[in-house]
Design a protein around this ligand. Structure first.
Ligand code: ATP
Length: 248
């Protein structure tokens, strides 16, 4: 994987089934090492965009009907999660979908299966990195993932994605349903992951958190990009303050 690769989404259209248009003419880029936030209300199409980039659209009966997705030199077509992971692009799905019946360690090993084919040393390295980020997981390696707290499950979901050594991490609502302290902790972790060189495309309803982390942000409204700009600038616009930051 090329650590210097840029994610380019160009004029992307996505539909579900025959009729439902979920994204129209969506363009955005994620430069190497950047944090880019995607804001928008429920149903705006944020998760759809992440699914298209991670190649998991088909699992949701969606399809790219126009436009392009490229990560560096690799063309991603929205349908092939293995191609995306090989290129270094890994998604943490919404709702902390860990394997509840497996232990923490087994969940992490599942995330590292691709790396393991290259070398066990790479898996050990990735695991050490995850435990350095999440000491709580290191203390609970033998525990069933389903018995972890919500915040710990979110950590595990992120840790499992990191086991594939991504260059670009796609995060879908990591703060959803977590207590404020845990949201802060997750924000710190995202900052740390990014500081270690991983680019992040972050979908959030918590606009305050997302804008505090991001370099650049886009606002999606019913499938289209309505606003884009440096995160600090967007945080100052009236529309964003009123609609997404809850100010009056
Ligand atoms: P949320 O935060 O609620 O997940 P979102 O911005 O991520 O919202 P999406 O989940 O991407 O929005 O949904 C975009 C549109 O596509 C919505 O109208 C939604 O109902 C529709 N949609 C999403 N998934 C499917 C699916 N599997 N089949 C049909 N329609 C879908």
């Amino acid at each position: 994987p090329d650590g210097q690769a840029v994610l380019r989404v160009e004029e992307l259209d996505v539909t579900y089934g025959r009729a439902l248009s979920a994204l129209r003419q969506v363009s955005l880029t994620v430069p190497p090492g950047a944090v880019v936030a995607l804001l928008g209300a429920n149903g705006a199409g944020k998760s759809t965009l992440l699914r298209a980039v991670s190649g998991t659209l088909r699992l949701h009966r969606g399809a790219v009907t126009a436009g392009r997705i490229r990560y560096g030199d690799t063309a991603l077509d929205g349908q092939d999660p293995v191609a995306a992971v090989r290129a270094g692009v890994v998604q943490v799905p919404e709702g902390r979908r860990v394997f509840a019946g497996l232990t923490v360690d087994e969940n992490l090993r599942a995330g590292g299966l691709g790396l393991g084919r290259r070398s066990p040393a790479l898996v050990r390295e990735a695991r050490d990195r995850v435990f350095a980020l999440f000491p709580r997981l290191a203390e609970r390696t033998g525990q069933a993932a389903g018995l972890l707290s919500g915040g710990e499950q979110q950590m595990l979901a992120i840790g499992r994605a990191l086991m594939a050594a991504p260059r670009l991490l796609l995060l879908d609502e990591p703060s959803l349903g977590l207590a404020p302290l845990m949201v802060e902790r997750i924000a710190e972790v995202i900052r740390e992951i990014n500081a270690q060189g991983t680019a992040v495309l972050l979908v959030e309803q918590n606009a305050g958190m997302a804008l505090s982390l991001a370099d650049h942000a886009h606002v999606l409204e019913v499938g289209e990009v309505r606003l884009s700009g440096p995160a600090e600038e967007l945080a100052r616009t009236d529309a964003v303050r009123r609609l997404y930051l809850g100010e009056t």
